[in-house]
Design a protein around this ligand. Structure first.
Ligand SMILES: [Zn+2]
Ligand SMILES: [Zn+2]
Length: 227
């Protein structure tokens, strides 16, 4: 896969087969200002920024990084991007402490033989559904715990399509991450009910029809025995 526009103004700019095998997928929303969804594991910041440039967008407009949860493969690039452009970091309040403390276990940095510096969070999301408004557009952040206590799923409705950024919907569900299977069951039900047209997933790429999105989520619900 190459960096490309998935649907108007929504881009994939990084991921395991684009920037670095250790990166989760990195998506970008262009609403005049640029909003990054996740930031890779930290080794590929220059590549991500290059990809954004190549798509004809200006990195100086990177105003927000929304982190879907506190794992290194999603948060690793955020401190450096924040340093270069003053980009504000958003994460759910329950996943903020590992980021702010640089916790090697809860960020999974230990697994990746990485170190993550304690990094201040600018905005802590704290309600079941939080809306980030940019002009007349709404980016909705849904609290969807399961994989981690503060995992979120993000969606926006644009040009008649609902685009969902689900990231680690596949899990894993692990005690050392603070995962919770009951929460996972409830959260994935909520996500299914969104009836999204496009799923931008955290490691396996993009699912481009309602049916594919549904099948993908259902397959993991079955695997974890919550369906
Ligand atoms: Zn994760
Ligand atoms: Zn991940």
């Amino acid at each position: 896969m190459k960096p490309h526009e998935i649907t108007k103004d929504i881009f994939v700019v990084g991921g395991p087969d684009i920037t670095d095998s250790r990166d989760g997928c990195i998506y970008l929303i262009n609403l005049g200002e640029l909003i990054l969804i996740d930031s890779g594991a930290g080794w590929s910041v220059d590549k991500i920024l290059n990809n954004i440039n190549k798509l004809g967008l200006n990195n100086k407009n990177l105003t927000k990084i929304i982190l879907t949860h506190c794992h290194i493969d999603h948060i690793g690039g955020a401190p450096e991007i924040k340093k270069r452009f003053g980009t504000k970091i958003y994460i759910h309040k329950l996943d903020a402490p590992p980021v702010e403390e640089g916790d090697p276990v809860l960020t999974a940095a230990k697994w990746y033989q990485a170190s993550f510096p304690p990094t201040p969070v600018d905005v802590k999301l704290n309600s079941p559904e939080e809306i980030i408004r940019i002009d007349d557009k709404e980016i909705v952040c849904l609290h969807t715990p399961g994989h981690t206590p503060g995992s979120i799923s993000i969606y926006l409705d644009k040009d008649g399509k609902r685009i969902l950024f689900g990231q680690d919907l596949h899990g894993p569900i692990l005690e050392e991450f603070g995962s919770n299977l009951e929460d996972y069951g409830r959260s994935t039900k909520k996500i299914l009910d969104l009836n999204a047209d496009i799923l931008c997933e955290g490691h396996f790429g993009i699912y481009g029809s309602k049916q594919e999105v549904k099948d993908y989520i259902l397959s993991y619900r079955r695997q974890y025995g919550v369906d």
